[in-house]
Every structure is written in C-alpha cells, then in structure tokens.
Design a protein around this ligand. Structure first.
Ligand code: ATP
Length: 280
C-alpha cells in the first residue's frame, strides 16, 4: 500500500532527521526546542491526522506480516516517555502492540548478559513494539552511576550494534528516539511531581541524584548517539520541551517509517477461495 502522506498532516520542515553515524551531536538546552514549529492548535490537528493514518497502517502492517517495528525511547527523568506512548501508541489497536519498560535489573537478569531480558520482548513480525528505556541504560545509567567497570560498558557499544543489526536482518525495523529536554523544563516537571498530589507518586529521590549528574549523562548520551546510530537502527534527537511538537515528530516518524515499507494486504490463496465457493 502506497502512503498518502504527501497530503494531510505533514507540516513543512517539522520532521526528524537521523543522527549521521559517528557524528558529534550538541545536546545543549536550546536543542530541546524545535525552531519554527507552528502553534499548538496546528500541531495537534496535524498529529490527529497522523494518528488516524497510523491506525490504518497498523492494519495493513499486521496483515502484511513481513516485519516487526520497534521504537526505542530513551530520555532523562520526566522527558515524557510515558506521555508520548500514551498519545502516539494510543492510536494503535492494542492487540497488535507490545510495550516493555526496563527498570533496574533483577538479580536473575544480572546473572545473564545484559541483552537477555531485552531480546525476549522484541516484538514478533506483525507487531509494533515500544521500549520505555532499553539496553541503552547499560551504557548510560550503568556508566554514570559506575555500576560496572569501564571496560565492561565500553564493550557494549559494539555488542549493541551487532544485536540491532541482527534484528534488522531478521525483519525488525528499529527506530530510536532520544527525548531531549532542557534543564529548566526538567526542573518544572519534577517540581510539578512534588507539588501536584496527582503526580506525587511519580516523584523519586533518585531522579534528583541523576539531575545532579546532568553533564555526565549528556556525555554518555552523546557517545551513544555517535557510536550507535546506524542505517539499520538510526537514532533521532527529539526536541521534547514542547509536548505537542514531540508527539507530532514521533508520530510522523512512525508514519513515514511504515509507509516506506510498501505494505500490502496478502492476496487470498486461490485454493482457499475456491474451497469457500460453496459458502457464498
Ligand atoms: P521512569 O523513570 O523510566 O519513568 P520509573 O520511575 O517507574 O520509570 P522504573 O521503571 O522502575 O522507574 O526504573 C527506571 C530506572 O531504572 C531508571 O532510573 C533507570 O536508569 C534504571 N535502569 C533501567 N535499566 C537499568 C540498568 N540496566 N541498569 C541500571 N539501572 C537501570
């Protein structure tokens, strides 16, 4: 099925570009906003069009059955991973979606290689998956909090690239988004978690410790983007201070990714059709 993306929902210049392999990406506060994005009303209307389109694409994606799709989401605390999943993945039929979140590894997980728990929840063909955090924590949190020696986490960049190349070769379309928020925006969101009784449950003291390690996380993320963005599994930096911009950009990325697959409904087996002739 060819896309009709050239028509509605596509706002000029408001789209994500993949991080070129090996490139140094500046992750300053200013990069957390998209220069020239239209107003909220325009963005939300365009996003609704994209979400409708995603629902149609998921139907043919499931029927086509040649690929799996996996979106990997990373970001600092309060970057909006949950909100993005709620809005964008809310477009899909939940029976075809697989959501996995990765917290600190359990004792059993720690006895396995770091990709063990990840590989098990990669979506099968026909399914659309999303990871809320991922194996990248093993070169981010593990590095910054010094949970493993440098030689161990450094070796993981190549292991991650091999793993993702293997997934790609087996029909898994991988897209990776770093939701980039500024220090001020994170502060506002963490304060809201402290002040709003409906958000208190999201507040964790550990998040304040990670905020104090802002620069160390920036360095770790920059190295991830430089070393692990590939043609098989590209990284995208999503300016995420503004939620409507964030939602629009990721919805558009998914629409364009699915449209690029030239999905098709399978043609019915003539023998089945013939055998069902009497039924009609
Ligand atoms: P989030 O912060 O993602 O919204 P949450 O507050 O509900 O989620 P959990 O999902 O229980 O918390 O855990 C998230 C935490 O787990 C993060 O601080 C993350 O750095 C940490 N984490 C995830 N994977 C690993 C890992 N492999 N090693 C160490 N820490 C990890």
């Amino acid at each position: 099925m060819k896309g009709n993306g050239a028509t509605a929902g596509l706002l000029n210049g408001v789209r994500l570009e993949p991080v070129p392999p090996g490139s140094e990406v500046a992750l300053g506060n200013e990069a957390a906003r998209h220069a020239g994005a239209p107003d909220k009303k325009t963005l939300e209307a365009a996003t609704r069009v994209l979400l409708d389109r995603l629902a149609d694409l998921q139907d043919v994606f499931q029927a086509d059955g040649r690929h799996a799709l996996l979106l990997i989401l990373q970001g600092r605390d309060a970057a909006g991973k949950d909100g993005l999943i709620k809005t964008v993945y809310g477009a899909f039929n939940p029976t075809g979606v697989r959501v996995a979140a990765f917290g600190p590894p359990t004792p059993l997980e720690l006895r396995h290689d770091f990709l063990w728990r990840v590989h098990q929840v990669v979506p099968p063909r026909g399914m659309i998956g999303v990871f809320n955090r991922s194996h990248y924590e093993d070169v981010l949190a593990v590095r910054v909090r010094r949970l493993a020696p440098e030689a161990v986490w450094r070796g993981r960049f190549a292991q991650i690239n091999d793993f993702e190349a293997m997934l790609h070769a087996n029909g898994v379309i991988v897209r990776k988004c770093f939701l980039h928020i500024s220090q001020d925006e994170q502060r506002e969101r963490l304060l809201a978690r402290l002040d709003d009784p409906r958000k208190n449950w999201k507040f964790r003291l550990e998040d304040l410790k990670d905020r104090d390690r802002w620069d160390a996380y920036t360095a770790a993320y920059r190295e991830v983007l430089a070393r692990c963005s590939s043609a098989a599994a590209p990284w995208y930096v999503v300016p995420a201070d503004d939620k409507p911009v964030r939602n629009y950009l990721v919805a558009r990325l998914l629409v364009e990714t699915l449209e690029s697959l030239e999905l098709a409904y399978p043609i019915m087996n003539p023998a089945v059709r013939a055998a069902a002739g009497d039924f009609r």
